[in-house]
Write a protein that binds this ligand. Structure first.
Ligand SMILES: Nc1ncnc2c1ncn2[C@@H]1O[C@H](COP(=O)(O)OP(=O)(O)O)[C@@H](O)[C@H]1O
Ligand SMILES: [Mg+2]
Length: 239
């Protein structure tokens, strides 16, 4: 579905991605793990067309994304839930959800609206409340709900667990797993939380200073000594 080949992205003299190759197949949950500054956000913003690679290929369903605007990429079915949610805090829950469907002119909008509430019933109770007054967990649900209103084929999630309480994060990851198994949604999940991500992903890539350091099946990476030492050890002993 999605293929990156040798992608390099720079911020002026800084090389943020160094020859990244990665694949996502339809129906998969793929995690991109990495510490702060590893290049996760840069990677997702490149896929969305917000940043342009200086080298390499980015293809989605046979289209060369390097040639397309971010809006065209959304229309192809790649929808990005950005780091820090980026809702419109003064607009209501309802208005934020409708923002997600602005690129559409099909007749399934009502169906998706109902689907968002089937996943997140709490949002229905908050429809006329300003988004900025929701709890962190509710805001993350709204950000994902807004993305679902664009009827994605591939959902990009940038650190959805950031700043949420552990219980909320667990509920969120259960939801992401459901979205994949129930609706067949394909997910590319950028996360620092390796423990939970490897718990729901089929495959994962480990990004270190802009390079893919490791890749494999999630279950194999969970057993990998390096992953355990660098990405799982601290979390296991902290929990
Ligand atoms: N707008 C920017 N200008 C210059 N450097 C940036 C910019 N955004 C990110 N970087 C640098 O690129 C690298 C990767 O950042 P980022 O993709 O945000 O990592 P992550 O999301 O994994 O924390 C870091 O070294 C960061 O400092
Ligand atoms: Mg980031």
């Amino acid at each position: 579905m999605l293929a990156l080949e040798g992608v390099e992205v720079r911020y002026g003299p800084i090389v943020a991605l160094r020859g990244v190759s990665l694949r996502v197949s339809e129906g998969e949950i793929v995690a991109v793990l990495g510490a702060n500054g590893a290049g996760k956000t840069t990677l997702l913003r490149t896929i969305s067309g917000l940043l342009r690679p200086t080298k390499g290929r980015v293809e989605f369903l046979g289209h060369d994304l390097k040639k397309l605007s971010p809006e065209k990429i959304v229309r192809l079915g790649i929808v990005h839930v950005p780091e820090g949610r980026q809702l419109f805090p003064d607009l209501t829950v309802k208005e934020n959800l409708w923002m997600g469907s602005y690129t559409r002119c099909d007749s399934f909008i009502r169906e998706d609206w109902d689907r968002v509430f089937s996943y997140f019933p709490v949002l229905r109770e908050r429809l006329s409340q300003p988004a900025g007054t929701l709890s962190g967990g509710e805001q993350q649900m709204l950000a994902i709900g807004r993305a679902l209103m664009a009827r994605p084929k591939l959902l990009l999630l940038d650190e959805p667990s950031l700043g949420l309480a552990p219980m909320t994060v667990q509920a969120l990851f259960r939801f992401l797993k459901d979205l994949n198994s129930r609706d067949g949604m394909t997910l590319l999940l950028a996360e620092q939380n390796a423990h939970l991500s490897l718990g729901i992903a089929h495959r994962a890539y480990v990004l270190e200073t802009g390079k893919i350091a490791l890749e494999g099946l999630a279950e194999d990476l969970r057993r990998d000594p390096k992953v355990q030492r660098l990405y799982l050890g601290a979390e296991v002993s902290a929990s």
